[in-house]
Ligand binder design. Structure first.
Ligand code: COA
Ligand code: AMP
Length: 638
């Protein structure tokens, strides 16, 4: 018997496709409902339909309360922070007490069901408590990643209009303490929407100065709530009510507010914890990401907790905190059965410790699988990880929009054979197709746009925050009847998917999704810049890194090097360090088509040293030689 024929994947996938109503109604039984849904899907609601339309529940109840009776003393969260030298375990019972108290603090400040709350916190357990407290009282959280600058935070405040902001005083990077409060204050002053209050978790590494009347100390407020015996009860919400809004890069500087509902998300996460990740209640699951990303929402916070598992909250890096053995240490000390991270983390470890010498110091005998996502898992990295870890290395593909894996290798159903470079097969509920520009399906091994037939399965975004039209335009209009993933790739003859890159101007830097359009807006705002283009170029460690070309305004006679330095600083200031924008190149002109379209694709091929053909529509072919020479002068391949 082959491994493939032992897997229940084909049967389960077909069941979900042939009778989605029955499949997802059955999956919904993993969730504790206040009012169980009588129907899985209603195609007449929302933009393309809604899941579990008459179901009612509370997501925090599912993640915390319901486990307390049977596993109250089990560890819910293991906080491991090499950057502060801290390790802490929090049981389900203790987590409930924290969440109830913070929920009461929020309610005392007037936050009620449907209000939005921005969470601006690093990888500390209090960030998880913050999210769960919002879920508990029916408030909609929106977590903002700590590596963004004030302006990015301001854009999110402007759009989400939070009633209150939950923040920590700082994040800790290996080389510096990032004081959050000045960024937060600047963001609030930049935004026309102002929160009524800020509840600030003070960390000893950088105390935040407080604004009287608006800012409140987290520890004091929680202690007071506890002393007064205040406990926020779970507020019942509709399955279709929003649990959170998570902003992600779009094609412009204005991020998209991806909406996640409660019911469909709980059901999909519960299914995936068993079916895809094969993690049982009571087992330890570690996702080395950040609560600011979708991966953190789904698999640091909600997925493992809904499943009654133990989740690791890791405040550190794969390397440098203190060495490339950090991941092995955490796996062995926490007993994690599986690790989920981005391929870039493994490339970083491989670079510093190619023979995995550090691994020898640790016992990983209980470790069962490594899951990779967030960017293309290059075959070399997958193979290296397989060789050193001797466990299945599972690439899986998803997006902020989908909330969980679109494609993967379902360990819980019996693993399929791994093909390096492929995230394997579509998960139940996803009808993935490859189409040409006209929307016509293409055959095996032919590159095309990857689309998903509507409706999207539970857990996927029903819309964008207050922007149904933008949702339709961005995702549904190009290929009617389908969700456009904006990823390109192909399916091989065995039905395995290969995801090769984006069809829009989104780039992926160290597993972080960034908009080159957004960066171009920043470059264009420099007073000396006439026009610009930003592309993502190949990077050994981060997969891609941004590279900006600028044409200076006529008459500017300052040193191009000075201007380039200013531009690098400007992107860091406006978007944040996470943009990792380090290369700015001054050129005399940009290559364009005769109709004036900048030939970014050709520039990328030249920078990456890939084969390229002279575009037939190019205005002046000589410009490409100039671009190649400029790249060479900066030491970039070509
Ligand atoms: N708060 C503030 N700054 C942050 C930050 C945060 N939460 N996260 C990253 N940054 C900063 C970094 O300090 C760095 O600043 P620098 O330019 O001063 O050095 C910059 O943003 C770029 O960060 P990053 O791209 O992460 O590069 P790095 O060199 O610090 O680390 C890796 C490289 C590979 C170790 C790191 O990217 C990594 O661990 N990646 C895992 C990927 C991941 O978690 N992806 C999430 C989706 S699954
Ligand atoms: P994000 O929304 O930040 O999760 O980024 C989503 C994008 O990351 C996708 O559209 C892909 O371009 C890329 N991506 C995520 N996972 C994978 C994967 N396993 N293989 C290839 N690309 C991936």
């Amino acid at each position: 018997m082959t491994a493939q024929s032992k897997s229940r994947y084909a049967e389960i996938y077909a069941a979900a496709k042939n009778d989605p109503e029955a499949f997802w109604s059955e999956a919904a039984k993993a969730i504790s409902w206040v009012k169980a849904p009588t129907k899985a899907f209603d195609g007449s609601q929302g933009v393309y339909g809604r899941w579990f339309p008459d179901g009612e529940l509370n997501t925090c109840f599912n993640a915390v309360d319901r486990h307390v009776a049977s596993r109250g003393t089990q560890t819910a969260l293991i906080y491991d922070s090499p950057v502060t030298g801290t390790q802490r375990r929090i049981t389900y019972k203790e987590l409930l007490a924290e969440v109830e108290a913070l929920g009461a603090v929020l309610q005392d400040r007037g936050v009620t069901k449907g209000d939005t709350v921005i969470v601006y916190m690093p990888m500390i357990p209090e960030a998880v408590v913050a999210m769960l407290a919002c879920a508990r009282i029916g408030a909609v959280h929106s977590v903002v990643f700590g590596g963004f600058a004030a302006k990015e935070l301001a854009t999110r405040i402007e759009d989400a209009k939070p009633k209150l902001i939950l923040a920590a005083s700082c994040g800790i990077e290996p080389n510096r303490v990032v004081a959050y409060k000045p960024l937060l204050d600047e963001a609030i002053s930049l935004s026309s929407a102002k929160p009524d209050a800020v509840v600030m978790f003070q960390r000893p590494q950088a105390a935040a100065s407080m604004i009287a009347g608006r800012d409140h100390d987290w520890a004091e407020a929680v202690a007071a709530a506890k002393a007064a015996g205040k406990k926020a009860p779970c507020v019942t919400v509709k399955a279709t009510d929003p649990l959170y809004v998570l902003y992600t890069s779009g094609t412009t500087g204005r991020p998209k507010g991806v909406v996640r509902d409660n019911g469909g998300y709980c059901v999909a996460l519960a299914w995936s914890m068993r079916g895809l990740y094969d993690i049982r209640p009571g087992e330890v699951f570690w996702t080395a990401s950040d609560v600011g990303w979708v991966v953190g929402h789904s698999y640091i916070v909600y997925g493992p907790l809904i499943n009654g598992s133990t989740s690791v909250v890791y405040e550190g890096k794969p390397v440098g905190t203190p060495d490339p053995g950090a991941f092995w240490r955490v796996i062995s000390e926490t007993g994690a059965k599986a690790l989920f991270t981005a391929p870039t983390a493994f490339r970083a470890i491989k670079k510093e410790d190619p023979k995995a010498e550090h691994l020898k110091k640790y016992d990983l005998s209980g470790f069962r699988a490594l899951f990779l996502a967030g960017e293309r898992a290059d075959p070399d990295t997958v193979k290296w990880a397989e060789d050193i870890l001797k466990v299945p290395v599972i690439d899986h593909w998803w997006q902020t929009e989908t909330g969980w894996g679109i494609a993967g290798n379902p360990l819980g159903l019996g693993a399929l054979p791994v093909k390096h470079g492929s995230p394997t097969v579509p998960m139940p509920g996803y009808d993935v197709q490859i189409v040409d520009e006209g929307g016509k399906p293409v055959g095996p091994n032919t590159m095309g746009s990857i689309v998903i037939k509507l409706p999207l399965p539970p857990g996927n975004l029903p819309t964008l925050w207050n922007a149904d039209d933008r949702f339709r335009q961005s995702y549904l209009e190009t290929f009617p009847g389908f969700y456009n993933t904006s990823d390109a790739g192909f399916v091989d003859a065995d039905g395995y998917l290969f995801i090769m890159g984006r069809t829009d101007d989104i780039i992926n830097v160290a597993g972080h999704r960034l908009s080159t359009g957004g960066m171009e807006e920043v470059l264009a705002s420099h007073p000396d810049v006439a026009e610009c283009a930003v592309i993502g170029i190949k990077d050994q460690l981060k997969g891609e890194q941004p590279c900006g070309f600028v044409v200076l305004k006529a008459g500017v006679n300052r040193s191009p090097l000075d201007i380039e330095k200013e531009i690098v600083g400007l992107v860091r200031d406006k978007i944040g360090p996470v943009a990792a924008f380090k290369i700015a190149i001054t050129v005399n002109r940009l290559p364009k088509t005769r109709s004036g379209k900048i030939l970014r694709g050709t520039m990328k091929k030249i920078a990456d040293g890939d084969a390229w053909a002279m575009p037939a529509t190019i205005d002046d072919p000589a410009v490409l030689d100039e671009i190649a020479a400029s790249l060479k002068a900066k030491g970039i391949a070509g």
